[in-house]
Design a protein around this ligand. Structure first.
Ligand SMILES: Cc1ncc(COP(=O)(O)O)c(C=O)c1O
Length: 383
C-alpha cells in the first residue's frame, strides 16, 4: 500500500529536534520558525515534557472515559487558573477540528438552532461543521455544503446584526487572529460588538483559539487583547506540544447532560500528561511574556526590510506580507538558509509561528537570512 497523496512535501526529513532546532536525516540543522503548523509551544524535546510523558507511560497510557482519570481534572484546574477561566468547564478531544466540531454542536444543542455565522478567510478545520464554517469551497465536499453557514466580512457589525436578528443562528465562530487565512484580525470594537450582539440575540460566541491560544499572542488567549469573554473557546495545537490533544472551554451557563458529547481517545492519560507539562513549562519559563517581547522585537526588525509591505499579527503569531508571492522565497529559506517558515491563503504572506521559547538570537538569524535571500533575488532581477 502507498500513502494517499494529499500533501505536497518539501524534500526534508526531520529525525531529531531540540528547542527551536530541527535536525534532518543528513544531520543538517534547521531553525524552526513554524513549529509544524504552530504546534510546538514549549520547544522541541523539552526535558520536562519528555520526563512527564515517559513517567506517565511507565504507569498507564490509556483507559476510556468510563472511569475516573484525575489527570483530566488536574489539567482543567491548571488551565482554568492560568487562562483566567476558573469558572468554565473543560471537554477534552484530540484535534482542532474536533474541538470546533464539538463547540458548534454544543451551540446547536444549547440554542436548538442550526445556522452558523463565520468570517471571510476563516479556517476552523476539515471535518463536518468545522469545514463548513471554513471559507474555502475547494475543501468542502457536497456533504459538508449541506450545513447552513453564512460568511461575513470582518469588522462589519451591521451585517452581523442583520443576520442574528433573523433568529435562526446558533453560533458565531471566529479566530481572534486568522491563521491559515493570513493573520488578519477584527478590531476591539468589532469583538466587543460581536460579544454584545451574541448576548442580545442568545447566540453562542465561539472563539477559535486553536492556533492563537496557549500564549502565542503574548496573552494566554488572543481574544484577551480585546477584553471579551466568549461562551466557548476551542483549543488544540500548542496545548500538547505535538502530542495530539484538543478541547473546548465552556461557560458555566451551558449545562452538560450525560451523552451530550463523547470521545474514545479524548483526555487520555498521555495527552493530559503532555498538556500539564506544557502548562508547567509555560508558567515556569514565563513563555507568554517571552512571546510578547520576542514578537515586538521581530516587528521592530522586520518592518524596515525592503520588499516588505507589512508585518501582521501579535506575539509569536506573525505574518510578513511582501509585494510578491512567497512560494520561491520559502523554498530558498528552507534549502539555502535552512529555516522553516509557513505559507497562508494569502500567497504573499510568510507565516511565522516559532516555539514560544524563541528569542532575539533566532529572530536575528532569520532577519539576516531573509536579507541575504532578498538581496540575491534583487541581483537576479537586475541581471
Ligand atoms: C484556527 C484553526 N482552527 C482549527 C484548525 C484545525 O485544527 P486540526 O488540524 O488540529 O484539526 C486549525 C488548523 O490549522 C486552525 O488554524
Amino acid at each position: 500500500m502507498k500513502l494517499f497523496d494529499v500533501y505536497p512535501l518539501y524534500d526534508v526529513e526531520p529525525v531529531a529536534a531540540d528547542d527551536c532546532i530541527v535536525i534532518d536525516k543528513n544531520g543538517t540543522e534547521y531553525l524552526d520558525l513554524y513549529g509544524g503548523h504552530g504546534v510546538i509551544s514549549i520547544g522541541h524535546s523539552h526535558p520536562h515534557y519528555i520526563k512527564r510523558l515517559k513517567d506517565q507511560m511507565d504507569k498507564i497510557s490509556f483507559y476510556s472515559n468510563a472511569v475516573q482519570n484525575s489527570l483530566q481534572s488536574e489539567l482543567a484546574i491548571k488551565l482554568g487558573h492560568m487562562s483566567g477561566y476558573n469558572s468554565y468547564q473543560l471537554f477534552l478531544c484530540n484535534s482542532g477540528a474536533e474541538a470546533n466540531e464539538n463547540a458548534l454542536k454544543l451551540a446547536s444543542f444549547y440554542t436548538n438552532k442550526s445556522r452558523v455565522i463565520a468570517f471571510d478567510n476563516g479556517f476552523h478545520g476539515r471535518t463536518s461543521a468545522a469545514v463548513a464554517a471554513t471559507n474555502n469551497l475547494k475543501i468542502n465536499a457536497p456533504l459538508n455544503k449541506q450545513q447552513h453557514v453564512t460568511f461575513l466580512p470582518l469588522n462589519n457589525l451591521e451585517l452581523v446584526k442583520e443576520e442574528l436578528e433573523k433568529g435562526d443562528v446558533c453560533a458565531v465562530i471566529i479566530e481572534p487572529i486568522q491563521g491559515v487565512g493570513g493573520l488578519d484580525q477584527g478590531t476591539t470594537d468589532f469583538f466587543k460588538g460581536l460579544e454584545s450582539l451574541c448576548k442580545d440575540n442568545k447566540v453562542v460566541l465561539i472563539l477559535d483559539e486553536v492556533q492563537s491560544g496557549y500564549g502565542r499572542s503574548g496573552k494566554f488567549f488572543a481574544h484577551q487583547h480585546h477584553g471579551i469573554t466568549p461562551d466557548i473557546i476551542s483549543i488544540a495545537k500548542g496545548m500538547g506540544n505535538g502530542f495530539p490533544i484538543g478541547g473546548i472551554m465552556i461557560a458555566p451557563h451551558i449545562k452538560p447532560w450525560y451523552g451530550m458529547l463523547g470521545t474514545t481517545f479524548g483526555g487520555n492519560h498521555l495527552s493530559c500528561a503532555a498538556a500539564l507539562a506544557v502548562l508547567e513549562v509555560i508558567e515556569t519559563e514565563n513563555l507568554i511574556d517571552n512571546a510578547a517581547l520576542t514578537g515586538a522585537y521581530f516587528i521592530s526588525q522586520a518592518t524596515s526590510l525592503p520588499g516588505i509591505k507589512q508585518v501582521k499579527g501579535k506575539g509569536l503569531m506573525l505574518g510578513v506580507e511582501f509585494d510578491f508571492e512567497v512560494g520561491e522565497l520559502r523554498k530558498k529559506l528552507i534549502y539555502k538558509e535552512h529555516i522553516f517558515t509557513g505559507g497562508a491563503m494569502n500567497k504573499k504572506l510568510l507565516r511565522i509561528l516559532p516555539p514560544l521559547t524563541a528569542g532575539k538570537k533566532e529572530i536575528d538569524q532569520f532577519i539576516n537570512s531573509l536579507k541575504t535571500v532578498l538581496e540575491l533575488e534583487k541581483e537576479v532581477n537586475e541581471l
